[in-house]
Write a protein that binds this ligand. Structure first.
Ligand code: GLA
Length: 369
């Protein structure tokens, strides 16, 4: 009898130990787990942000940095010349503050979000170099000053210029007939934007707000070399650039961890801080037209492995990597499922939380260290 009681007692103890372990894992917040490494951010949209904070899981509670998915971009803030629209971005920043998050400012100059008025000349033809540069100065100054005066250093950094480098091997800077920043100003649109941002922030005493250049495909050594040459030339010329934003829209089937680590090292060698600004992991091989109604377990496991590699490299280099931002909260809302952005319409599963806001294998993989 005594033996049976003893066995039962041991069993009960084991079970309660198991339950307390599970409870522990489930109460871990990303931002706490990564407290000694870097801040953990998330991109949210004006129309979607509330759906992640008003439920039991409070997914927003995992993050201590927020990026507005679209609301702080060029034409979103200045749809026509001289007319600024702040309501949505302000509401998002209020939301961030209410949820203990700081804000990555994104993005002051990005070809795709510039209003067409930016390139129209006063005489009805194409704008001159002086006109475009003056508009960039006005936009950067007005935007940085608005958020700086209203929120101080809550907006703790800015992606000043986004995606200025070409994907094509035969081109250095990006060219575009619809958004001809480079055609009209050469690379001056970049240096002018950074210089203006620094001047406007310094004028408010916000000297601690950092300025970033942001771009994608930094595991592609050819494109990376062009970015590095540009940054190095600009730094030599005294352009005030503090950091490199690596977007990190990767694919689980082709991710190259060595190039990823090397990229961070090379940006660090320039003396720059690194932010991982837009991390998500597409689950479909690039040419595949598959469409999973449920994420297959083997694919979820591969995604977890790649996520754990990315987070591990960033932890190992956390003297340089000071923020890692996820480009959505959960799989129910991601640009990779948006058929207006991508040619194919299908559910993708790129995030750490699933379409029901439950933790995926990837979440557990990145807190397992
Ligand atoms: C780029 C931009 C982001 C976002 C994504 C796609 O990476 O920097 O702001 O628009 O494309 O959603």
């Amino acid at each position: 009898m005594k033996r049976i009681i003893l066995i039962l007692l041991v069993l009960v103890m084991c079970m309660s130990l198991l339950t307390s372990c599970t409870e522990d894992i489930d109460s871990i917040l990303l931002k706490d787990k990564y407290e000694d490494y870097f801040t953990v951010g998330v991109a949210t949209g004006y129309t979607t942000m509330y759906s992640y904070s008003d439920n039991d899981a409070n997914l927003i509670g995992h993050f201590n940095s927020m990026t507005c998915e679209n609301e702080m971009k060029g034409a979103a803030l200045q749809p026509s010349e001289g007319n600024f629209f702040w309501d949505r971005a302000d509401e998002q920043i209020d939301f961030a503050i209410a949820n203990d998050m700081k804000v990555r400012g994104h993005a002051l100059v990005w070809y795709q979000s510039a209003g067409s008025w930016m390139f129209e000349g006063a005489d009805g033809g194409e704008a001159t170099k002086e006109e475009v540069l003056a508009r960039i100065r006005t936009h950067v100054d007005t935007v940085v000053t608005h958020f700086g005066e209203k929120y101080g250093n809550t907006v703790y950094c800015w992606d000043v210029v986004n995606e200025a480098i070409s994907d094509s091997a035969s081109e250095w800077y990006r060219t575009s007939s619809q958004y001809p920043f480079y055609e009209i100003t050469g690379s001056e649109f970049i240096s002018v934007a950074f210089t203006q941002a620094r001047e406007s922030l310094d004028a408010l005493g916000l000297t601690d707000v950092k300025l970033f250049y942001n771009d994608y495909s930094m595991t592609d050594s050819g494109k990376r070399e062009k970015v590095i040459n540009m940054l190095s030339d600009m730094l030599d010329a005294g352009v005030p650039i503090d950091g490199m934003g690596m977007q990190c829209h990767y694919n689980i089937w082709s991710f190259d961890v060595d190039q990823f680590a090397l990229a961070i090292d090379e940006f660090a060698e320039l003396g720059l801080e690194v932010h991982i600004t837009e991390l998500d992991l597409d689950v479909y091989p690039s040419s595949s037209t598959a469409a999973y109604t449920v994420l297959p377990e083997v694919v979820e496991e591969l995604q977890a492995t790649v996520y754990s590699q990315i987070f591990a490299v960033c932890r190992a280099k956390s003297d340089v990597v000071t923020n890692l931002t996820m480009w959505a909260v959960a799989d129910d809302y991601t640009w990779l499922t948006d058929s207006t952005v991508l040619a194919i319409s299908r559910q993708n599963y790129p995030m750490l939380f699933d379409i029901f806001h439950e933790k995926k294998a990837a979440f557990y993989a990145v807190i397992d260290f």
